[in-house]
Design a binder for this molecule. Structure first.
Ligand code: BG6
Length: 486
């Protein structure tokens, strides 16, 4: 039995371009869908605006200005002892509109410098190719992933970055949380959001969804599967050292009661939410239960003749996932209605929740790790996990964040248990290792970082970086390879 973390375990942290880079229209960068997302709050959802609204704030535009401060930021990650840093390439820095004939050289050079700086500190980059930041032009002109042509545009982008960064980057993820397209959240990428409709993008994972939206999203998902499989194959052809991962958000759903109907519903949620995507990307084919789901929901996929072969030839090398919280599901509609449209389903009486209502459930992480490894038998990486919380800066400048340390400690202990269970866990990148813009609310003050960034929800602050207590704690965790969680 393996009792602890393997010697070469990849400890680190994760971010995404649109949530930290800023410089949204600098050096030839084009406009991405996330550049058109306003800020929001717990009470007021973010809005997507096709035309910029002069009275609104768009947090991706400045974010934490990593674009101009990456050297200082990477030095801090190096000081914590990071082995790996997960980041994304903004597609719009390389191809501003998505369908351009030539790439943007300034964008290529920016990421080359970032990768070289990471290497200087002995940090392995892990690069997400698409993290909620596709070029807006592809959405307005081609319905985003709704159009098969987007697969080709994505191929161009992949070819450019695999070629340019050969030898600098070895670990890749194709789509961040690809299974988000199984939920209404994914509709924008499928070209489904009616611009300026004021439709809140933040709605329940299991919330309302029209038959048109389902059709659109699953067709777009199919196109992403093909794009991902082609990217895996291409990555291997360009450099056999490349390792490419499928990435999903871990949707851990418990039955609210032992009523078999609730148990069945929780299982079905997991099949549709997690395993359609996992199976296609790791096993190379749709699972049998997808047929019934598609038929019963009126989803008719347009599948090209050679798609089955493409999927089989482009299976990913490992699986990775994000995990923050678990949810409870029930077949009792009255009960569901009475608790409102909560992001994570019904409240679980056995769990506490963050100030944003996200349940805290380290055992759920162990369960999910076991489920995934049992099913796929490929290496597994946790590429997002953490606690979004408000922090207070003391008069002497120190930031005490014991709540964050406790959350991470419990989840790392759960990882250790999963390793003892036999799971081949190869890495862990804590989400938002440096404070950044929240994806769901657009707030700055929903902080995940070990590194504090002086900026508030209104955009005030010096953007200065400082170390929280968790910075020193995580440094010890890495140094001791997960033994000193003290
Ligand atoms: C994941 C996303 O779903 O959750 C990240 O991949 C996101 O982009 C993270 O930031 C945490 O969510 P939030 O809304 O707290 O930023």
């Amino acid at each position: 039995m393996n009792k602890s973390f393997p010697r070469d375990f990849l400890w680190g942290g994760a971010t995404a371009a649109n949530q930290l880079e800023g410089a949204w229209n600098v050096d030839g960068k084009g406009v991405s869908i996330s550049d058109k997302m306003t800020s929001g709050s717990r009470e007021h959802p973010r809005r997507f605006t096709a035309e910029f609204d002069p009275s609104a704030d768009y947090p991706s535009h400045e974010a934490i200005d990593f674009y101009h401060r990456y050297e200082e930021d990477i030095a801090l990650l190096g000081e914590m002892g990071f082995k790996v840093y997960r980041m994304s390439i903004a597609w719009t820095r390389i191809y501003p509109n998505g369908d351009d004939a030539e790439p943007n050289q300034a964008g290529i050079e920016f990421y080359r410098n970032v990768f070289k700086t990471l290497r200087k500190y002995g940090i392995e980059p892990l690069v997400t190719l698409s993290h909620y930041e596709m070029p807006y032009h592809l959405v307005s002109e081609y319905n985003g992933w709704g159009d098969r042509k987007t697969i080709d545009f994505f191929q161009n982008f992949c070819r450019t970055v695999f070629t340019e960064y050969k030898g600098l980057v070895k670990y890749w993820l194709t789509f961040n949380e690809i299974n988000i397209l199984t939920t209404p959240f994914g509709d924008l990428m499928a070209g489904g959001m009616t611009p300026d409709e004021d439709e809140p993008l933040i709605m329940s994972l299991h919330g309302k969804s029209s038959p048109e939206s389902m059709q659109r999203r699953f067709q777009a998902l199919h196109h992403q599967f093909i794009a991902s499989a082609k990217a895996v194959k291409m990555a291997h052809e360009i450099d056999p050292d490349n390792q490419v991962s499928a990435m999903i958000t871990g949707m851990v759903a418990y039955p609210y009661t032992p009523n078999p109907a609730d148990v069945l519903k929780a299982r079905q949620n997991s099949q549709i939410g997690n395993y359609i995507c996992g199976d296609v990307m790791i096993r190379g084919a749709y699972p049998v239960f997808a047929d019934r789901y598609f038929e019963e929901n009126g989803i008719k996929l347009e599948i090209a003749e050679d798609d089955a072969q493409t999927l089989m030839e482009g299976t990913a090398d490992f699986i990775s996932f994000s995990y923050y919280a678990s949810s409870c599901v029930s077949t009792d509609e009255e009960l569901v209605k009475s608790t409102g449209n909560l992001l994570f389903g019904l409240p679980n009486p056995y769990l506490e929740a963050s100030d944003w209502g996200w349940t805290i459930d380290p055992i759920g992480l162990r369960i999910f790790l076991n489920e995934l490894y049992d099913r796929y038998q490929v290496p597994v990486m946790i590429v997002e996990n953490g606690l979004g919380a408000e922090d207070t800066v003391e008069e002497d400048g120190s930031i005490h964040d014991p709540y964050r340390i406790e959350y991470l400690r419990q989840h790392i202990l759960a990882m250790k248990e999963a390793i003892k269970d036999g799971v081949d866990l190869i890495g862990y990148t804590a989400w938002g290792c440096i404070d950044l813009v929240s994806a769901s609310t657009g707030e700055m003050e929903k902080r995940y970082g070990f590194i504090y960034v002086d900026k508030d929800n209104e955009g005030n602050g010096t953007l200065a970086r400082s170390r929280k207590d968790s910075f020193y704690w995580y440094q010890k965790v890495i140094e001791s390879n997960g033994e000193d969680l003290g």
